[in-house]
Ligand binder design. Structure first.
Ligand SMILES: [Zn+2]
Length: 424
């Protein structure tokens, strides 16, 4: 069914003007709200006929905006305003996204019209639409919004502008400004919405950590590598972790200062890290509770590289498996748990032997579980400091370890080290 038909449907059900409904519907759908949900919210908006669809909503403090209301009037300061292009029904639309604040709080907004919003502007948005995203209210500023710029600027306890460190960035952040070093970059050809197109992808780093990026409109400053300043980037999730998106609307300039990448990488509580929904570069400290099944000496499918059981790949059937080493271990710090995944190199270290040693041990015992058992004996019950990429999905949180070190924060371990030194 076309949008027009949906609008017709709604208008006749609700007894309101079709064009009005269609505008609202279009706004919602453009913002990737599924059509049924969009229709439902418009039924609620125009629905019972008691409150009616008209009338100017009363002014509200930003902290009091409720995701359930349909329209509000708010006054606030534009903290950030970033342009982005989206495609809807074959046409490109430039939208502006950012954050708006008053004394009481901050709210994300999307402007569907070119209002000329700039960071630092104090505005009053009359009849702004409210939508819910991830349980939080957001504002839609569109055709039906009466927007005015206030001469008197509002004092707000929030920083104007989108300056951010990589470790603070979260999926959904808009109009961010970062100063980063280009750590890895490659040019790739992808099948984009306008056919084949070239993009840059790689990894940025700053003092707080690292994050992957995509540069949709290759900037020479990024391709050349080295430190750059980027204004008006946005953050989207890709493969379970946030990714910096540098678009045609972003400004990229070479930066004349050194960046000490990772010098301030933050150690987080496991629970806090998991709640972020995924971090590219994070360090946690916790107790190693258990080594999970499927650890130690394992076999992988030569086609898809997934772990196989008894020579059977779920996709490729009977295969000649490749021997490999890995560990999946449960780490807990009292605030949450993650599954730490160690690759072959880190596994050789905790096993204290090579793949050949492991194969030899398994042959002698006629059981490959002995390899996992030896790893269990060596690491379970100890405290580790792990740094790596955290991804979170419906099956749980996985931390792909880059470094895995026994923690020296443990008083007992410190005492043991001290005693060893004394004995020596
Ligand atoms: Zn396979």
């Amino acid at each position: 069914m076309e949008l027009d038909d949906h609008a017709e449907d709604l208008a006749s059900d609700l007894g309101v003007d079709k064009e009005e409904v269609k505008d609202d519907l279009q706004n919602l759908v453009e913002y990737s709200v599924p059509i049924d949900e969009a229709k439902g919210s418009l039924r609620r908006k125009y629905g019972d006929g008691q409150s009616g669809g008209g009338g100017t909503p009363s002014a509200k403090a930003i902290a009091d905006v409720d995701p359930d209301e349909s329209n509000v009037t708010v006054t606030g300061v534009v903290l950030t305003a970033g342009e982005r292009s989206i495609r809807y029904q074959g046409d490109d639309h430039v939208i502006v996204e950012g954050r708006l604040a008053d004394e009481s709080g901050v709210i994300d907004y999307t402007a569907w019209e070119d209002f000329g919003l700039e960071p630092g502007d104090t505005i009053t948005a009359g009849n702004a639409g409210v939508r819910e995203w991830d349980g939080e209210p957001e504002l839609n500023l569109g055709e039906s919004t009466s927007l005015s710029f206030d001469a008197e600027s509002l004092e707000v306890p929030y920083e104007i502008g989108g300056d951010a460190q990589l470790a603070e960035l979260r999926t959904g952040d808009r109009a961010v400004t970062i100063e980063v070093d280009v750590l890895e970059v490659e040019r790739r050809t992808i099948d984009g919405r306008d056919g084949e197109t070239e993009i840059l992808s790689g990894v940025f780093g700053d003092e707080s950590g690292r994050l992957p990026f995509t540069n949709w409109d290759p900037a020479p400053e990024i391709e050349d590598g080295g430190p750059v300043r980027i204004e008006n980037a946005y953050v989207q999730e890709f493969r379970g972790v946030p990714e910096v998106n540098v678009s045609e609307f972003s400004t990229v300039s070479a930066l004349d200062r050194e960046i000490a990448v990772g010098s301030d990488t933050r150690t987080m509580a496991v629970g806090e890290a998991v709640r972020t929904g995924g971090i590219y570069d994070v360090e946690v400290v916790g107790n190693l509770l258990a080594v999970r099944d499927g650890s130690g000496l394992i076999q992988r499918c030569p086609e898809c590289y997934r772990v196989i059981q008894k020579g059977q790949c779920r996709t490729h059937g009977d295969v000649d498996g490749i021997d490999d080493l890995r560990v999946k271990a449960i780490l807990d710090d009292g605030t949450g748990t993650v599954t730490v995944v160690l690759d072959d190199e880190l596994t050789e270290r905790v096993y204290d032997g090579t793949l050949e040693d492991a194969l030899e041990q398994a042959r002698e015992a006629m059981d490959q579980e002995v390899v996992a058992d030896r790893i269990r004996e060596r690491i379970v019950g100890r405290e580790y400091r792990v740094r790596g990429h955290l991804s979170v999905d419906e099956y749980g949180a996985n931390l792909d370890a880059e470094t895995f070190e026994e923690s020296d924060d443990d008083p007992a371990a410190r005492a043991a080290t001290f005693l060893e030194e004394v004995d020596a």
